[in-house]
Design a protein. Structure first.
Length: 117
């Protein structure tokens, strides 16, 4: 029952620590998946405004945005993903989200998006 991906295991999750970072691994059969956390920026095609968020499940979160199930983005769509940064922990992703939100500047966020492409 180790962390060797070739070894079958019944464990659902395991936290491995490497230096100062911890990673959550999910085991499905004989496969081991490392969970990543994302800080993402959406841009409205309709208004040009940005939405900054973080999540542990980017695909599900984007579906909720696109289907109008998020209050903050419900009326501004359609939205497109313009930036995605991956982190090994939820606090890191959330810290980056709060850093960008603290800028309160459309121009600065637009510069970040344009330099990341």
């Amino acid at each position: 029952m180790g962390s060797n991906p070739a070894t079958p295991t019944q464990k659902r999750g395991l936290i491995d620590t490497f230096g100062k970072s911890s990673f959550l691994f999910i085991f499905v059969g004989t496969y081991k998946f490392r969970l990543m956390y994302n800080m993402y920026i959406l841009q409205s095609d309709k208004t040009g405004k940005f939405y900054v968020g973080s999540t542990g499940n980017l695909e599900d979160r984007l579906i909720r945005h696109y289907n109008g199930r998020s209050i903050a983005t419900k009326n501004g769509g359609p939205w497109k993903l313009v930036l995605n940064e991956e982190f090994s922990s939820r606090p890191e992703a959330y810290h980056r989200e709060m850093e960008i939100k603290s800028w309160k500047s459309h121009t600065r966020i637009a510069q970040l998006v344009s330099t990341s492409r």
